[in-house]
Design a protein around this ligand. Structure first.
Ligand SMILES: NC(=O)c1ccc[n+]([C@@H]2O[C@H](COP(=O)([O-])OP(=O)(O)OC[C@H]3O[C@@H](n4cnc5c(N)ncnc54)[C@H](O)[C@@H]3O)[C@@H](O)[C@H]2O)c1
Length: 278
């Protein structure tokens, strides 16, 4: 049976775990070969554990289990030259590039008037400049194919409204929308589509960690801040009666956006948010 992405190659940043891993496996199941990049080490201003090299290896194993190929590397999206090199190496091995999913991101918290300069800069560097680097690394390779392509940038519901307690994240995620809207115009003549996705809370290590639980349930004593206790707090954000969406829900949206079924969809802010934004 022909699959939606047969013969295509997709770049995915932040692919070691969470949504990035889920996108890699989902797109591979649709027939795409994968170029996976992840920093796979800690950034000091991130208050929870980031992915490891073992996580990235596990993504590679899962993609290979679908029968597709994967070229993975430990690459920091803050380093534009390194990312361009990683993409070029992937394209050299897999033959082409059609899709880029700019997914790598970090989270953290603090009030805007008191957070450190380093915290704010790291956030903008990863969550905004990293997305621009991904575009810069991917577009020449997509363009070289002359077949058009699709770029998806991961924003958030925090890219559509103000939210207290993590203003650097909100700022970066709004910036991604500006990046997307402009790139969608600039690249449209070459049939390269650019869209953003806006999930509400997603069940990944980014939200399932003690420091983030403390943000959502400061009133609970630390020992009571469990996944079960925190779920109703997250649920208050959504209209649908669920605490969070699953990575696969976001991957399903990505798989559609990058496929020919969405061939005339560009410049769209696609919410996968359980009604949070209503
Ligand atoms: N989890 C949520 O609730 C949620 C909601 C909306 C949007 N998002 C966004 O979704 C995307 C994926 O996050 P997730 O939920 O899978 O979290 P996650 O922490 O599980 O995964 C993020 C991945 O990005 C990688 N990464 C971070 N900085 C990097 C860098 N400089 N270079 C390369 N890789 C880097 C991490 O190592 C990790 O593997 C992020 O952009 C995040 O902001 C998350």
């Amino acid at each position: 049976m022909t699959k939606k992405l047969d013969g295509k190659v997709a770049l995915i940043t932040g692919a070691a775990r969470g949504q990035g891993r889920s996108h890699a496996v989902r797109l591979a199941r649709e027939g795409a070969d994968i170029i996976a990049v992840d920093i796979a080490r800690q950034i000091d201003t991130v208050p929870f554990d980031m992915a490891t090299p073992e996580d990235l290896e596990e993504t590679a194993r899962l993609v290979k289990a679908t029968g597709r190929r994967i070229v993975s590397s430990r690459t920091d999206v803050r380093d534009g030259a390194a990312l361009t090199e990683a993409v070029a190496a992937g394209v050299a091995e897999l033959g082409r590039l059609d899709i880029a999913v700019a997914n790598a991101g970090i989270f953290g918290f603090g009030a805007l008037d008191t957070m450190s300069e380093q915290q704010f800069r790291d956030m903008i560097d990863v969550n905004l400049i990293g997305m621009w680097h991904t575009l810069q690394a991917a577009v020449p390779a997509i363009r070289a194919g002359g077949r058009g392509g699709s770029i998806v940038m991961c924003s958030s519901t925090a890219g559509l409204k103000g939210m207290a307690g993590f203003g650097h994240y909100v700022t970066a995620k709004h910036g991604v929308v500006g990046l997307m809207r402009t790139a969608a115009i600039e690249l449209a003549p070459e049939s390269i589509r650019v869209n953003t996705i806006h999930p509400s809370a997603v069940d990944t290590p980014m939200i399932q960690n003690a420091p983030t639980y403390a943000l959502f349930a400061p009133d609970l004593p630390p020992e009571e801040r469990t996944r079960e206790a925190i779920a109703p707090r997250y649920q208050t954000l959504n209209k649908l009666p669920i605490p969070w969406v699953e990575p696969l829900d976001v991957s399903n949206a990505v798989a559609w956006l990058v496929s020919d079924e969405a061939r005339y969809v560009t410049g769209t802010e696609l919410k996968i948010d359980a009604g949070e934004e209503l």
